[in-house]
Design a protein around this ligand. Structure first.
Ligand SMILES: Nc1ncnc2c1ncn2[C@@H]1O[C@H](COP(=O)(O)OP(=O)(O)OP(=O)(O)O)[C@@H](O)[C@H]1O
Length: 688
């Protein structure tokens, strides 16, 4: 136990401060004292901290300190009760402030000022002091009987008693004696309720700290993960309820104990906690399978301990299942080939290929950009196959860690995951047996799992994690990725043998860019399905065909939701949300022909299509474009003889070759240019 030795002037104050320190720190500190009334004053040979009342006393007793120890001068204050009495003293009253010596009398006066009582006249008094008057309005005493030396000086008594330790002083002691956090917290909370302080900053920070602690406690206990916080010596400073529940350890049992003692038999856990940073490693602790993350608590280059997050394996799996991230669509697919919309030859060819693949049992590898319908095709293939009455299970290989994915795919035996689930667990390969397992984002399948998948495909059998039994399966694999799998094979990120196994049939889904005629067609179909009726203006059709569609059909579907709300009868280029109308979403060729179209249309309304006009009109009608780009495009149009550049008022003029081009490319058809002409007329009035 830590020891404090108090140095003060007399037995009375020594007793007072001893009682005070003991009542604050209880059994956590042993208190001893020395004062000038002791006969003899015994030397101090062993203590952890010297606490003294004023500088004079330390000078008087310095030769008694015979050990190397820190010294701390008391910072004291007045109890709230006494402060209330002092605050009642009438303005301009004469007050004599009495104490044991000059230093302490002055200190008391300063304290009264600092606590806010500034409207009275105070005079210090101590043994030996000669005072100017015999009558004061008030006399502030420690205790009346102590000051018989007052003689015939009179005044109304206010008994202050000895001053009490200030919170900041208690904090100093906590820090210097390294008192543990839980005890410190109780001490401070208790002191804050009775001790007024003029250390306003300290008080404020303490309040903020305590409020933050309450907030933190609330959050910690509401989390699904178990949390364990260790200080720099690996002593346990905080645990939350989920942590207690996972390991059946109560907070009282382990708080403030050393982590390595509490978990002394858990070698794997101990190794992880020693590491600087750990991200969701699957570990068995005391028979419980869980994911552990460890982070360092660093501040300005110093380590203040560790924070450990624990999630139970089964909770994680359940959570993924619930949010449909791991097994996406239950055990069936709602999609059939009827749901696939497309009239382009490319799409027709793709669908017909897919139908042929569906009739077999071989693996299919679907390649295509995001949103091109890979999952849609996978489901349609299953539902067109003779496995359609059996399960279709889709799993996303990119969302799970290696370990979790492995046990989800292949299952595990009871022995390997002690305790948590009797009888082990069946994996998705087995569950989908007879049906189809759709491995989405196969390009993200961790390298370590690739041989295991290869074996399953080659042997049509699997072995559960931790098991030694070979289990026959009859599962068809359809895999998909939007990554360039051939490049991944070349760079060694994906096993070549596995790729060959998976792509017995390869289905390449074309992007929307490769089949522009499908774009308005698909959008129209979606509209009909949603009971929407809108006319597509020429400008909007131009947009649909010239936009790059990086998100493919999914992006088109999202646009539909926007247009449903934002448009009424007709959809124009300008109805398209602003974020889609940016230069990088449009190919150079399209931009060039839109300029050509504008040159033609401006001429129709008798406006000279100069560079500056083109730039302003184009930016207003389509998307922001620079004058430099307009100049380059105009000179390209001239080089290909689509326009002539004339000097003077005539300006740029479209040639007959240019007209043919517009007609041929359907930019001018059946008077559809009238929309542009009308719009241009409005614009020209507004901006030119
Ligand atoms: N040809 C199509 N006809 C009708 N709907 C389609 C077509 N292609 C895609 N979709 C729809 O677009 C959305 C995205 O499709 P899907 O999820 O199958 O794409 P994906 O290629 O698997 O995407 P990702 O690679 O991002 O997972 C779905 O709502 C799907 O129904």
């Amino acid at each position: 136990m830590k020891r404090i030795t108090i140095l003060s002037i007399d037995e009375d104050s020594s007793q007072f401060y001893k009682n005070q320190v003991t009542s604050i720190f209880k059994d956590n500190i042993k208190v001893d004292y020395r004062n000038l009334e002791m006969e003899p004053v015994l030397p101090i040979v062993e203590t952890d901290l010297i606490l003294y009342t004023d500088p004079e006393i330390i000078n008087l007793l310095i030769d008694k300190i015979q050990c190397n120890v820190s010294q701390l001068m008391m910072k004291r204050t007045i109890p709230k009760k006494v402060l209330r009495e002092i605050n009642k003293i009438e303005r301009d009253s004469d007050v004599l402030v009495v104490n044991n010596n000059e230093f302490m009398a002055n200190e008391t006066m300063a304290l009264i000022y600092q606590l806010g009582k500034t409207d009275i006249q105070m005079e210090p008094y101590f043994p030996g002091k000669v005072v100017s008057k015999k009558k004061y309005d008030y006399i502030l005493h420690i205790a009346p009987e102590k000051f018989d030396f007052l003689g015939d000086i009179v005044g109304k008594d206010i008994v202050t008693g000895h001053r009490i330790l200030d919170i900041s002083n208690a904090l100093d002691i906590i820090y210097m004696l390294n008192i543990d956090e839980k005890i410190s917290r109780e001490i401070i909370l208790k002191m804050m309720s009775v001790v007024p302080t003029y250390w306003y900053g300290v008080n404020y920070s303490m309040e903020r700290k305590l409020i933050s602690e309450v907030q933190l406690e609330y959050i910690l206990n509401d989390l699904d993960s178990g949390v364990l916080i260790l200080d720099k010596d690996y002593d346990i400073s905080t645990i939350n309820k989920p942590f207690s529940e996972i390991f059946g350890l109560s907070e009282r049992e382990i708080a403030y104990k050393n982590f390595f003692e509490v978990f002394n038999k858990e070698e794997a856990f101990k190794t992880l906690v020693r590491k600087v940073e750990v991200r969701e490693e699957l570990t068995n602790i005391n028979g419980i399978e869980c994911f552990i993350s460890v982070g360092n608590i660093d501040y300005e280059g110093n380590s203040y301990g560790k924070i450990i997050l624990v999630k139970e394996y089964f909770d994680v799996v359940e959570m993924f299942n619930k949010s449909n991230k791991i097994v996406k669509s239950g055990y069936f697919s709602k999609y059939t080939f009827e749901d696939i919309i497309g009239k382009s030859n490319l799409m027709k060819k793709t669908i017909s290929e897919a139908k042929k693949f569906a009739a077999t049992d071989h693996p299919v590898l679907i390649l295509g950009e995001t949103g091109t319908g890979k999952e849609l095709f996978a489901g349609a293939i299953h539902n067109a196959s003779n496995r359609k009455k059996e399960p279709f299970i889709a799993i996303n290989c990119s969302t799970l860690s290696k370990t979790l994915l492995e046990s989800e795919l292949f299952g595990y035996e009871e022995g390997s995951f002690t305790g948590a689930k009797k009888g082990g667990k069946i994996g998705l390969f087995e569950r989908a047996s007879g049906g189809t397992l759709f491995l989405d984002e196969i390009g993200d399948l961790p390298m370590e799992l690739q041989p295991r998948l290869l074996r399953a495909l080659e042997e049509q059998s699997i072995m559960r994690v931790g098991g030694d039994k070979v289990i026959k399966i009859n599962t068809r694999i359809v895999a998909a990725t939007n990554r360039n799998i051939n490049k991944m094979v070349d760079s060694g990120e994906f096993r070549r043998d596995l790729m060959y196994r998976l792509n017995v049939f390869e289905l390449d889904l074309p992007s929307l860019r490769e089949r522009p005629e499908d774009i308005p067609y698909i959008l129209n179909n979606f509209m009909v399905a949603n009971n929407l009726s809108r006319k597509f203006s020429f400008g909007f059709e131009t947009f649909l065909k010239s936009y790059r569609w990086p998100g493919n059909v999914r992006e088109l579907k999202n646009l539909l939701s926007y247009l449903e709300v934002m448009t009424e009868r007709e959809i124009y280029f300008c109805s398209v949300p602003g974020y889609l109308k940016s230069r990088e979403n449009f190919e150079d060729g399209i931009v060039k022909y839109l300029i050509l179209l504008l040159i033609y249309a401006l001429k129709v309304i008798n406006v000279s299509p100069g560079r500056r006009t083109l730039e302003r009109v184009f930016s207003e009608m389509y998307f922001k474009i620079s004058e430099v780009e307009v100049r380059n495009l105009v000179s390209e149009l001239e080089k290909t003889k689509l326009i002539e550049i004339n000097v003077g008022r005539i300006g740029n003029t479209i040639t007959s070759v240019g007209m043919d081009y517009l007609i041929e490319h359907k930019y001018l058809l059946n008077g559809e240019e009238s929309e542009i002409i009308i719009k241009l007329k409005e614009l020209v009035d507004d901006i030119l």
